[in-house]
Structures are given as structure tokens and as C-alpha cells.
Design a protein around this ligand. Structure first.
Ligand code: MN
Length: 219
């Protein structure tokens, strides 16, 4: 009996782990499931579907990526997202897009997309880009990109883009989720609400509390 229970427990654990590893947008079960913004329906994953008879071409359409984002901010970069929030027809499609504008010396700071790999192509300018692998190696891969170059940021890994040149830069990037999500490292660590106690951050980063206070003050 005990052996049977142990086997059952092991099987359940294996099942739980296999589900945990499936952190991608699920496969389609129909042609599309245009997000219904008015629906009060149950959200199993993604958004509830609009009634097929009400679906129009505009549900799959967005206009405006020809326009530069406003880069007059501390980082000198602006992300214009085109995901399921902008195009309801992207619901359940497992894909989305961003335009990123960089002022001269602008930075898209270290961040990660919990649900998506990113493939980026440079339309204008030059960038120094990179990502860092997970523990224990924490190995950084970097590349200088010019117009027409393409680079991949693997799912979940921390990455950045820096415009080291004196002219503006523009990229278009595709992401493998309808809702990739963004975790900006500095904001999450030093700018959370409520904030992480400075004693805890001081221990985590092996610095004085005053240094943490200084970092937190930036957010
Ligand atoms: Mn990114």
C-alpha cells in the first residue's frame, strides 16, 4: 500500500512539473478568439472570445507604428507595444510586437519578459545589446547591432539595449506571447510598492543600507 502511494505521489509530482514547464502561450483550438473587451465571461487563460458574428477586420488591425515614441524621459527610450491590449485579434495567437525608440545614448534598461522570447531587428541607428544567462553561470552575451541586424533575447532572461551613438535608433521586435509582460529589474527591486525593507536589500546586495536608500530614492 505504501509503495502504491509513493508511486502515485511520484506520478502526480511528475505531472505537476510537466505542467509547470509549459510556460508558453497554449496552442489554438480554433481559427481565432478575438478578445471581447465587454465580456464578463470566465477568463480561463487570456481573454474571453467575442461572438464570431461580431468580428470585423479592425479586430486584427493597428495603426501608428510609423510614429516615434516620446524618448524625453530619464532613460531616453520609449516602447510602443502592440499586443492583445491593442489588437484584440491577437488573443490566443502567442505573438506580439513592439517598436522601441532610443534617443542618442538612450537605454532600454535591464528587463525580462516572463512569457516570451524576443527577436529584435534594427531599423535605424546602432545599438549595444545583451542578455545574461541564469544561475550559476550568469554569463553575458553582447553584440553591437547596426541597421538590418537581428538579435534574439531568450525567454525569461534579463536583457537590455543601449544606443551608444549620437543619432536616434529605432527597432521593431516580435515577442512569442500575446501578453509578454515586462519586469524592469531596477523598478521591481528598488521601486516596489510597498518597498522591500532596506535592511533586506542591503543584505541581498551586500552594501550599506544608505546605498539602498539612495537607490530607492530614484524611484
Ligand atoms: Mn525586451
Amino acid at each position: 500500500m505504501a509503495i502504491r502511494m509513493a508511486i502515485l505521489a511520484a506520478a502526480l509530482l511528475a505531472l505537476a512539473l510537466s505542467h509547470g514547464a509549459m510556460a508558453s502561450d497554449p496552442s489554438l483550438l480554433q481559427d481565432f478568439c478575438v478578445a471581447d473587451k465587454l465580456s464578463q465571461g470566465i477568463y480561463v487563460n487570456g481573454l474571453a472570445c467575442k461572438d464570431a458574428k461580431d468580428i470585423v477586420a479592425e479586430d486584427f488591425f493597428f495603426s501608428g507604428l510609423h510614429m516615434a515614441g516620446n524618448t524625453s524621459n530619464k532613460q531616453g527610450a520609449a516602447v510602443t507595444a502592440v499586443n492583445v491590449a491593442q489588437i484584440p485579434g491577437l488573443n490566443t495567437m502567442g505573438i506580439s510586437l513592439v517598436r522601441i525608440d532610443y534617443a542618442p545614448y538612450g537605454l532600454n534598461p535591464h528587463h525580462t519578459h516572463p512569457r516570451s522570447t524576443e527577436i529584435l531587428t534594427v531599423l535605424e541607428g546602432s545599438l549595444y545589446v545583451g542578455f545574461v544567462t541564469s544561475n550559476p553561470d550568469n554569463k553575458m552575451f553582447t553584440k553591437v547591432l547596426h541597421k538590418g541586424d537581428v538579435f534574439v533575447f531568450p525567454k525569461g532572461l534579463i536583457h537590455f539595449q543601449f544606443n551608444y551613438g549620437p543619432t536616434p535608433a529605432v527597432v521593431l521586435a516580435a515577442l512569442s506571447s500575446q501578453n509578454p509582460g515586462v519586469i524592469t529589474i531596477a523598478n521591481s527591486v528598488f521601486g516596489s510598492t510597498p518597498s522591500i525593507p532596506n535592511a533586506i536589500l542591503a543584505k541581498a546586495f551586500q552594501v550599506e543600507k544608505e546605498t539602498v536608500d539612495m537607490m530607492q530614492a530614484q524611484f
